[in-house]
Design a protein around this ligand. Structure first.
Ligand code: AMP
Ligand code: MG
Length: 327
């Protein structure tokens, strides 16, 4: 384990020193949550940064550690369906159907929140996003926490989400109490978020559970309109998923350049400063955030990303690429 560095809190007025424990033990990690600490843990989507949802000091520390804007709500992670009753005031029929069809899995369902859930976790909204991860280590860890766990992605806000424990350490060592070490994540993009708190379910964020899959269960699910994004999905106004490099989306592979990088499907790697040729769209989605991070480590100034079709996880991947390309 490396020596933790000193860091300053969000206001830069006091020195915060935290020794970050790196462990394989879900018992040890869960114990830290129960004592009010912050633990990064692997899920099937990306690594999350967890805290006991009932501990407001711990919730505040999530925002500090990530330098997350306070108007961006946290997703609450559960290990048992019965925990939804603690978190939700009411559940619509549509929410119930989606929960039955897709929990546990990479879907977050937004419902009316109960009074027990702090406004800090929901950024003042009267709704709460709930997810039950399917990944075994996450499930075991959450079960041992014996409390719902609020967890955004375990990166510094704005940076690409972490898909490896080493990426979490790169961003948050010295700022959080523990990293529960696991394998690289299977999906690599964050969960689909669907707001079921009103009459019409709306997809707030795309993910590997596609709108077609949701409509097969609840036909009325619709996409979010640009005009609604700001008030229904407050987090989306902030810059996301961005490496330091300039990201440019292209349809075909340009001439290779040694000072630039390229990621795409079944493409040539010769002549690029760094390049990744993925077998398929799933591998592209799984690898893209780590590819961005590796480009930053190599101080690459420009990353070309090949665009993909909208089938399967393609729509979610294009959403992340477009946001990364925004300047
Ligand atoms: P992250 O945990 O970093 O993947 O970010 C959580 C995402 O879930 C953000 O895009 C939030 O805006 C969204 N989210 C969480 N809770 C809610 C909620 N109650 N209403 C709308 N969006 C939410
Ligand atoms: Mg995030």
């Amino acid at each position: 384990m490396r020596t933790p560095r000193h860091t300053f809190d969000a206001n830069c007025d006091k020195l915060v020193f935290v020794r970050t424990l790196i462990t394989d033990s879900t018992d040890e990690a869960a114990e830290i949550i129960r004592r009010g600490g912050l633990v990064a843990f692997p899920t099937e989507t990306v690594y999350g940064l967890g805290a006991d949802v009932l501990n407001e000091d711990a919730l505040r520390r999530i925002f500090e550690a990530k330098q997350r804007p306070p108007d961006n709500p946290l997703i609450i992670h559960i290990s048992d369906i019965s925990q939804i009753n603690e978190l939700a005031e009411s559940i619509t029929d549509d929410a119930r159907k989606l929960i039955e069809a897709f929990f546990p899995g990479p879907l977050t369902v937004v419902v009316k929140k109960s009074e027990r859930v702090s406004n800090l976790a929901t950024a003042g909204l009267d709704t709460v996003g709930i997810r039950m991860p399917s990944f075994g280590v996450a499930h075991e860890f959450l079960q041992k926490c014996r409390t719902p766990v609020a967890a955004p992605s375990a990166n510094v806000s704005g940076r690409p989400s972490p898909t490896t424990w080493q990426a979490v350490r790169e961003d948050l060592e010295g700022r959080i109490d523990c990293i529960l070490r696991g394998d690289p994540t299977e999906i690599g993009l964050e969960s689909t978020v669907v707001d079921c708190s009103a009459d019409e379910p709306v997809v707030l964020r795309r993910g590997s559970i596609t709108i077609e899959m949701l409509r097969a269960v609840v036909p009325g699910v619709r996409e979010i309109a640009a005009a609604e994004e700001l008030h229904r999905s407050p987090g989306t106004r902030h810059k996301h998923y961005a490496p330091q490099a300039v990201v440019i989306i292209v349809e075909t592979q340009p001439e290779p350049r040694s000072d630039a990088a390229f990621i795409g499907i079944s493409t040539k790697k010769d002549g690029w400063g760094h390049a990744l040729s993925c077998r398929d769209i799933e591998e592209y989605a799984r690898e893209v955030f780590e590819f961005f991070r590796e480009c930053d480590r190599r101080s690459i100034a420009t990353i070309y990303c090949q665009s993909v079709g909208s089938a399967g996880i393609g729509e979610a991947l294009m959403d992340r690429l477009r946001r990364a390309a925004e300047r």
